[in-house]
Design a protein. Sequence first.
Length: 103
Amino acid sequence: MTRMMIVNEAVCEALFASPLQPSDTLTAQAVADAIGSTLRRLGPSGCTSRMAEEFGDHPLEAAGRMRWIRQLTGDLSAFLYVSPAQPDATGSAGDLLPVREAA
C-alpha cells in the first residue's frame, strides 16, 4: 500500500470518527479542522477503532457515513493536503489547507 493510500485512509477514518455531519457548514477549513482535532484527540488507531465499532454496531448507517465521507474528501481533495510534521521554510502551500499528520 502506498503512503498516499495510507494517508487517504487515515483522513477518511478521522472524518468518520469526527463529529462532523452533512448538515454542518462544510468548508475546506471546517473539514481540515475536524480531521486535525479528531486525530489529536483519538490518534490514528483510535479513529480506526471508532470506525470499526460503528461498522460492527450499525453497519448500514456506518456504510452511509463512509460513502458521504469519501464523496466529501473527493470533492475537497484539491483544497486539502497532508503536510509533513514540520512546515517548509516558507511556511506556505499556496491556497491549500494543511491537514497535519498525528505525531
